[in-house]
Design a protein around this ligand. Sequence first.
Ligand SMILES: *Cc1c(COP(=O)(O)O)cnc(C)c1O
Length: 354
Amino acid sequence: MNIRVEKIAVPKQKPDEKNLGFGKFYTDHMFVMDYDSHKGWHDARIVPYGPIPLEPTCVTLHYAQETFEGLKAYRTAEGKILLFRPEMNARRMINSNRRLCMPEFPEEMFVEAVKAIVKMDADWVPSEPETSLYIRPFMFATEGALGVHAANSYKFVIVLSPSGAYYKEGVNPVRILIEDELVRAVKGGTGFAKCGGNYAASILGQVKAEKKGCAQVLWLDGVERKYVEEVGTMNVMFKINNEIYTAPIDGSVLPGVTRDSILHILRDWGYTVHEERLSVDDLMAAGHSGALEEAFGTGTAAVISPIGEFIYKEDSVKINDFKTGELTQKLYDYLTGIQWGKEEDKYGWTTVVE
Ligand SMILES: *Cc1c(COP(=O)(O)O)cnc(C)c1O
């Protein structure tokens, strides 16, 4: 791929690495590439980070033809920059785009573009403990037209955001509201695709959860509201009687890269893993009997987020006395160890940006 580079005139001042928060600062540059049905993908470029002009009738603004990805670049103690399984994000975006009738962005081009923009803004990859450079590739329709149809022009963009720990309190258990009314996704819909529309539909649940003093929502399946699926923007796992349970990837659940990595590690460590439906009633019963030993969400942003309590209708259960479980902590330490180059990468999951 031939990438044209237009450098920023005056580089921005970098934020304090000790107070980054999540997704609040953006680097000097962004990657942009255009698509239209005649020329295909063309004009790859790295340009100063800034606004993108849109037609008021842009299909994205009306019909949400938009998909995105999320991954991170990590600074090792030796100063190298590592990416974690970027090809998984590339393949997932292809699957999301197929569902939304958007053009595919080829896997090799995706990884090349991510490496190029990270290399360009390499001095923005922070080195304080627990910090990383969050990478947000996204694609959206640019055609201006009010008829509902697959647009014939798109933009693929990558922006970068130096970020600290997702939760500023650190890896601490959170309280979760099990949502019994609103649903996030149904099979046949777009639950498996990483698209903005899914998020728009989920915000009301998040608002409800916050009003009840909860950090996130646990979504039940969209048909019976009976089986547990995901926690907010994360996949969710439960340790019940020393075995692991998580929802299967069968249409309504997002196939997380963190989920896949954690399941690999757990199987390697000898755990029995059940990728099968678990009902909310069985979950709450396991909570009350003490069989539910640990619960946690998995996702790139927070990596692993321990769950300390579930609230469901009039009922609630505390997990492990609202303390981070032993396995949860061990998984967090091991996976982030691989990501920051502190642990041997025996699975070959990291790629150096050079
Ligand atoms: C992105 C996302 C996840 C986590 O995926 P990772 O690849 O592990 O970051 C889980 N659920 C939803 C709904 C998501 O959008």
